[in-house]
Design a protein around this ligand. Sequence first.
Ligand SMILES: [Zn+2]
Length: 323
Amino acid sequence: MILDNFKLEQPISYKYLINSIRKNKTSHAYIIECNGYTKGYDFSIAFIKFLLCPNHYTNLTNCNNCYQCKIIDNHNFLELKIIEANGQWIKKEQLSELQKDFTRKAVIGGQKIYLIKDAEKMNQAAANSILKFLEEPSPGIIAILLTQNINQLMDTIISRCQIIHLEKDSNNEDKKKKIAGFIFNSQNEINEFLENDAEFFIEFIMEYINYFEKNKYRTIILKNKKYLEIFDDRKKMTIGLQIMILLYQDILNYILDKKLEYFDNIDIIKNISLNNNIDTISSKIKIIYSVIENINYNVNLNLVLDKLIIKMGDVKSVQNSWN
Ligand SMILES: [Zn+2]
């Protein structure tokens, strides 16, 4: 795992850490708060690799290939110590030995890092010992405290660390709920949608837009019939269009290096993003909105859908002429 793997899942922390390294403003102590994020440990190791990899200042991505990166992956890097609870607690002895060792070696130079897993498990004595270390940091030593919940750490420790809040994983179900919440107002309607149509509708719209982005106007001939069989009245048609808006919203998120809010299928989103930029996506979203607004005044849904594809197809050709 390298830090770039977390670009989409943890965009804020990712950007913050990359920038701090770029500006050469790393801290001597970090608290990484997981908030239920399941890959906090992997994230920490990726960050450590980024800190130590000799190539990060030049290309700002992990090579993941150099000697340094490899020995960290293989747990052979002697200057990285990982401390975890021995039984229920992390005890003072576990820390004081490490600190002595590190302080001695730090004189020689090179960066040393210690990572405390489940830092909330430090007993009082251990916490005090860490606090002392944070109060008088030694050059070249970086402390990383990984915790599920920062509120279980002492305020005096918190105030001496740079804090990285990771965002909770949002799973597929959460994403579907978000889509439903965008479309419907009442909880009953949301539940009914989630139980019945959500999965099928969402999948169909993904496939439909993916097809449109590749084949443009051919969509009218080859996909619209199917579309109208599924979304066969004004209400359903509107639902389909709303899902479309959220899909483009997520493609925009992808382009802006933000977290995907509604969809999981990263390959499709990535592919579509290659044909688009911020302008084309906002134009398409506007077109879809105007179709939704006018849907009740149109007698022929078939025509509405054809027009949508023609208008959105035109957006793409405008973008191509810029390139
Ligand atoms: Zn490297």
